[in-house]
Ligand binder design. Structure first.
Ligand SMILES: NC(=O)C1=CN([C@@H]2O[C@H](COP(=O)(O)OP(=O)(O)OC[C@H]3O[C@@H](n4cnc5c(N)ncnc54)[C@H](O)[C@@H]3O)[C@@H](O)[C@H]2O)[C@@H](O)CC1
Ligand SMILES: Nc1ncnc2c1ncn2[C@@H]1O[C@H](COP(=O)(O)OP(=O)(O)O)[C@@H](O)[C@H]1O
Ligand SMILES: [K+]
Length: 452
């Protein structure tokens, strides 16, 4: 099951529903603190532990975790930033009778647990507090954040004050958008999700390993997926996309365009008239964008793609050619990077999740908003958050490869949203296998291992 993602408001509503269903806040906090202690102990073993507690329920989780860690043999010190303020935090703190130091006195410890603020953060930490948090996190062997690293905006991933890097973040019920959004993403470490008995079902989720439809025994090359790639000025980009489609399980890949198409597998067919797009009922998806260029030639190719009535994947130059605020794009997948997104959907505001969903609703298309924090949005409100992908994907041509992978999955018959989510996951995994010095071509070599 993919891990659900909830905004702070929706998390509070889920908590409220659990409370109305008969589970008290104290019980939820007890479960959260117990899960936090368990995760800390598993990661760091038994050792001297400093827990920084804030005045709200994030701090309350810390007091509970302190008690549980003492039971597990840790020497625990709690440093309170401010006296407990929320009722549940007051109750949890009243049960803490261990070592307590002032925040200013807190000295470095091998295990640091940050329970200052979570989803209730409203503004950045004071400079002296964030500096102290950073110093303590840097000098710890294991730094663990409760729910969110303190200073991170839960819904938008902004760092409202400087945020150090943590080894692990333990969150409850559901992930929060910030766990998978820049600029907070690199501070999270491993994100562990603990079940505290809240119904956290959501149409927002972290994209997990996909289930690609199995090949039928009676499959033939066209039923396995026929991808048509429209090529223009830069044949290398089309070659990358077409090769990626072929290595992602398409049964037949055709590149329509003039050019040398170096490096293309011999099995990829080159040539054919544009009229094929509409006439050949076997074509399962049409990819246009990588290397297609700008100008009259590109415009004619785009028009042919838009008119052919086949599932489309639009990337790169095709997105620029499309113009701002496209509408009526159902059965299309758009894969803009940040610059292309801003040109395609000017004037949207809000968080990246909100803007990507708005773009999908306005255009009618599945929108893959790429970057270090790729999101996949559907007009129906589904929103997939990519798991962290290696930053070495920042290399020319990797987007062309992604478009090729998605086109193959779409031609195979996957639903457009599922194909886009699966493509993003497969792309990230291929990058992990290809390693830091990879170039886009190397991603293609890893695809069979990822898809096996
Ligand atoms: N929602 C849920 O279902 C559950 C939430 N739990 C915990 O509760 C947390 C949320 O608790 P709260 O809503 O009490 O929020 P927090 O504990 O994150 O912080 C709340 C308090 O801090 C103040 N504050 C915000 N930013 C500040 C800043 N920069 N400097 C000083 N004060 C600041 C707020 O005014 C508020 O009084 C979650 O992150 C999680 O750790 C768990 O106890 C279990 C269940
Ligand atoms: N810092 C990063 N961390 C993780 N993934 C990244 C990063 N930068 C880019 N990517 C991914 O690499 C790909 C780049 O695509 P794109 O910008 O279209 O490049 P190109 O046009 O050169 O093919 C996208 O899938 C994007 O999500
Ligand atoms: K925290």
């Amino acid at each position: 099951m993919p891990r659900p993602i909830l905004t702070a408001d929706r998390m509070r509503a889920a908590e409220q529903a659990a409370i109305e269903g008969g589970t008290s806040v104290e019980t939820l906090m007890d479960r959260a603190g117990t899960a936090l202690a368990e995760a800390v102990h598993r990661l760091a073993g038994t050792g001297d532990t400093l827990i920084l507690c804030g005045p709200g329920n994030n701090g309350g989780d810390g007091y509970v975790a302190g008690r549980k860690l003492v039971e597990r043999g840790h020497r625990v010190r709690v440093a309170a930033l401010a006296p407990p303020a929320s009722a549940a935090c007051v109750a949890a703190a009243s049960r803490w009778d261990g070592e307590t130091v002032t925040f200013e006195q807190a000295s470095p410890s091998p295990i640091l647990v940050d329970c200052l603020f979570g989803t209730g953060l409203t503004h950045g930490l004071e400079a002296t507090v964030s500096e102290r948090l950073s110093d303590l996190a840097k000098s710890a062997s294991s730094a663990i954040a409760c729910d969110l690293p303190s200073g991170v905006g839960s819904d938008d991933g902004r760092c409202l004050s400087p945020v150090p890097a943590f080894d692990m973040t333990v969150t409850f019920g559901a992930l929060k958008p910030a766990h998978r959004l820049m600029p907070a993403l690199p501070s999270m470490g491993r994100v562990v999700l603990a079940d505290i008995g809240i119904d956290a079902s959501s149409t927002w989720f972290e994209i997990g390993r996909p289930e690609v439809p199995a090949l039928a025994a009676a499959a033939h090359k066209y039923s396995r997926g026929y991808v048509a790639v429209l090529a223009g000025e830069m044949s290398g980009a089309a070659s990358l996309a077409a090769s990626a489609a072929a290595r992602s399980g398409a049964g037949y890949v055709r590149v329509i365009g003039d050019g040398l198409f170096q490096g293309l597998p011999a099995s990829v067919v080159v040539g054919g008239k544009l009229g094929l797009l509409a006439d050949d009922g076997r074509i399962g998806s049409v990819l246009i964008g990588p290397g297609v260029g700008r100008g009259a030639g590109a415009k004619a190719l785009l028009q042919a793609a838009l008119d052919c009535g086949k599932p489309l994947v639009l990337d790169a130059d095709a997105l620029n050619e499309l113009g701002a605020n496209p509408t009526g794009m159902s059965d299309a997948i758009l894969t803009p990077h940040a610059g292309e997104f801003a040109r395609l959907f000017p004037g949207l505001d809000g968080t990246k999740p909100e803007m990507t969903l708005q773009a999908a609703r306005n255009s009618g298309a599945i929108v893959v908003s790429k970057g270090p924090d790729t999101l996949v949005a559907s007009p129906d409100g589904r929103l997939g958050f990519a798991p962290p992908a290696p930053s070495w994907l920042a290399s020319a041509g990797t987007g062309d490869v992604l478009a090729g992978i998605i086109s193959a999955l779409r031609a195979r018959g996957m639903d457009a949203f599922d194909a886009a989510c699966a493509g993003v996951w497969i792309h990230g995994r291929a990058a992990e296998l290809a390693g830091p010095l990879m170039i886009a071509d190397d991603l293609i070599s890893e695809l069979p291992a990822v898809l096996a």
